[in-house]
Design a protein around this ligand. Structure first.
Ligand SMILES: [Zn+2]
Length: 158
């Protein structure tokens, strides 16, 4: 069995997509499904998931990426229009183990937020110290060679 098929066979989200594991669905189409997180951070916490097994965002094709974001945006709107107490929505992807990804199948978290709801990021020591432009440029120079995106100053406003 190819590695990706083996991963899919052992993946809880693939089992949900196949109908072999239960979920409370909010959306199902040919590319993307969405269902309630079984261990919600806040009531209404839901997950938007591509049907195809992929661990990381960059493994998805352009069509899958576009649909994933489109469905996430529709459900973001739905959360805000719902009767739940939603003042804002955190849209979050843990893209890899070190980022806190717990299920190795791409998923966008939509987490309803309220002021003082107790949820947030934990920042490292030293956060808040501004590195300065030269340091930002040095760091950017390590990313740019790997980036296929154009850097056109007349459009970026730099
Ligand atoms: Zn999977």
């Amino acid at each position: 069995m190819p590695t990706s098929d083996l991963q899919a066979a052992q993946c809880i989200f693939c089992a949900i997509v196949r109908g072999d594991a239960p979920a409370t669905f909010l959306h199902r189409d040919e590319l993307v499904v969405a269902f309630m997180d079984i261990r919600p951070v806040q009531p209404g916490h839901l997950l938007v998931v591509p049907r195809a097994h992929a661990t990381l965002i960059h493994e998805l094709d352009a069509g899958g990426l576009a649909r994933l974001w489109s469905v996430a945006t529709d459900l973001n709107r739905a959360l805000r229009a719902s009767s739940l107490p939603v003042e804002a929505v955190s849209v979050y992807v843990a893209d890899g183990d070190a980022a806190g990804q717990e299920v190795a199948h791409v998923h966008i978290h939509l987490i309803p937020r309220r002021d003082d709801d107790g949820f947030g990021f934990r920042f490292p020591a030293g956060y808040g110290t501004l590195p300065g432009r030269a340091a930002l440029e040095t760091i950017a120079d390590r990313i740019r060679p790997a980036s296929p995106s154009p850097d056109t100053p007349e459009r970026s406003g730099r």
